[in-house]
Design a protein around this ligand. Sequence first.
Ligand code: NAD
Length: 315
Amino acid sequence: MDIKPRKVVVVGAGAVGCSYVYALMQKGLADEIVLIDTNQDRLEGEVMDLSHGLPFTPPVLIKAGDYDDCRDANLVVITAGAAQQSGQSRLDLVQRNADIVFSICDPIASRTQETVIVIVTNPVDILTYLANRRLQWPRGRIIGSGTVLDTARFRTMLSRHCRVDARNVHAYILGEHGDSEIAAWSMAHIAGINISDYCPQCRRCDYEAAHDRIVEAVRDSAYHIIDYKGATYYGIGLSLVRITEAILRDENSVLTVSAMLEGEYGLTDICLSVPCVIGRNGIAAIIESDLPEKEKRGLYASAVVLREILDQIKT
Ligand code: NAD
């Protein structure tokens, strides 16, 4: 019996793309990983360096490729993009990365209509929306990494604070992957106990003040990391492995990816993060929670921020 190899194409062999591939190759999830980049020297160097670790990982073919490799890919992950230059506005960067993402989506779509595309390049919600509008694929097949990373940061910080294994802490960051994101405290629980019941029982802290500090630390994480070392890449690399695992294994895992909303949470024609069931074809379902008024308002405000940016972009 022929077994179809599980193939992942990564466009953008920069810090994020290569951290992702480095983590992915150690997981044994993919049989073939193809990297594409406009910088051929960097691409060749990264592929050589990564391949030299193969005696220590499950078998996987890692190679430099081109868009023809997308024809039979199960998943294409886009991490290509420009970083903000001094003197460049945020909107200029958005337009520049939008043009880059279009220049990548078009050659993918001319080779396949079957794969799942995960967009990572920032601003991820805006670019996920633009890619969805441009390609018009079935909803859920073009998704953004969204707040999967922010959610991981939230769970990590809650875990440290409450001294409970992060795997037993369930909590979500929703909305924009950015300044307007919100912590959905109403959905947060530890060992099945809602956090609003757990914290008063635990009594180890002034939990209301602690909640605010944790949300602020999650939201400002990227700024702090960029101040310290210039860029963030390991956390997002592992977040992408988690998304990949859900897709390649058809897990139906709940992850806060950036999704095109069509009425869910009262929002339409916008991409932002809400809990989604992720399987082989991307988003299999969107989970709607009856958020309390304060969280609902936060989510709407996040959608407004994104809509204002979208209205200024030329497509
Ligand atoms: P980087 O500069 O290290 O790498 C970007 C790579 O993209 C470079 O190798 C460049 O040659 C390549 N590239 C540029 N244009 C291309 C094109 N048209 N086709 C193919 N390759 C092209 O940057 P990085 O640190 O890897 O970050 C990449 C992106 O990921 C940025 O937009 C960053 O903001 C974003 N990011 C997102 C998250 C998230 O949670 N969504 C987290 C961290 C970083």
